[in-house]
Design a protein around this ligand. Structure first.
Ligand code: ZN
Length: 215
């Protein structure tokens, strides 16, 4: 499982606070399968208060899908309590607004669409269900007789670092050793992780083919 943060950056004009209507907010994401590396062109919506069940009795999750190319079953979960606010002081800087826990899949792009709540400065007007599909959003705050706006919006997807150290137990034909990585978790699922394990094993004079990674 990998934790991925979604960050946004925008310039706020006379806006105090921008939030999503979570847990009802629909996060529209494009996903990449770590099994085959394929990015699906479809935008998938993921909502915190909507859950779907695994077939084999494993706990339910916010998003579950089988990759069309490699048939791997991948899932994604919105980490509870990670929904953040974008405030006037954050203007012009990237800030994390949600964290996803990903299994076999990673979001690669985000489309903000509708469902945002915007509050103007100076105890001004509250705008609900704002649509941020366009890069610029401008409204008139009648309480303060001023225009308010969100512009130059960008988003990026970042790997959450400084995650607790976990252990990859690597069994060799003759002996067992533990390799401790500062990255999180389990089996190496993508090429970068496999390369990392290969580099770790290189000084031990082992090749990729003679070990099995277990949880
Ligand atoms: Zn795949």
């Amino acid at each position: 499982m990998v934790k991925i943060a979604l960050q946004i950056k925008a310039n706020l004009e006379c806006v105090e606070r921008v939030t999503t209507c979570h847990p009802q907010y629909e996060w529209f994401l494009q996903m990449r399968c770590n099994g085959c590396g394929e990015t699906s062109p479809t935008w998938h919506d993921v909502t915190e208060d909507e859950r779907t069940s695994h077939k084999h009795g494993r706990s339910d999750t916010n998003y579950l899908a089988k990759c069309k190319l490699c048939s791997r079953e991948n899932s994604l979960e919105i980490l509870q309590g990670t929904n953040g606010e974008y405030l006037s002081g954050d203007s012009g800087k990237f800030k994390t607004i949600v964290v996803f826990e990903c299994r076999g899949i990673e979001p690669v792009d985000f489309s903000p669409r509708k469902g945002w709540n915007v509050v103007s400065e100076e105890n001004g007007t509250k705008f609900n269900d704002v649509d941020l599909t366009e890069k610029e959003w401008v409204e008139y705050d009648e309480k303060n007789n001023t225009s308010v706006g969100i512009s130059s919006r960008q988003s990026k997807i970042a790997l959450v670092t400084a995650i607790e150290k976990l252990r990859w137990r690597i069994h060799f034909s003759r002996s067992t050793i533990d390799v401790i990585l500062s990255r999180e978790n389990s089996t190496p699922t993508n090429q970068a992780e496999r390369r990392e394990v290969k580099e770790l094993l290189h000084p031990l004079k082992c090749t990729n083919n003679n070990y099995i990674v277990t949880h």
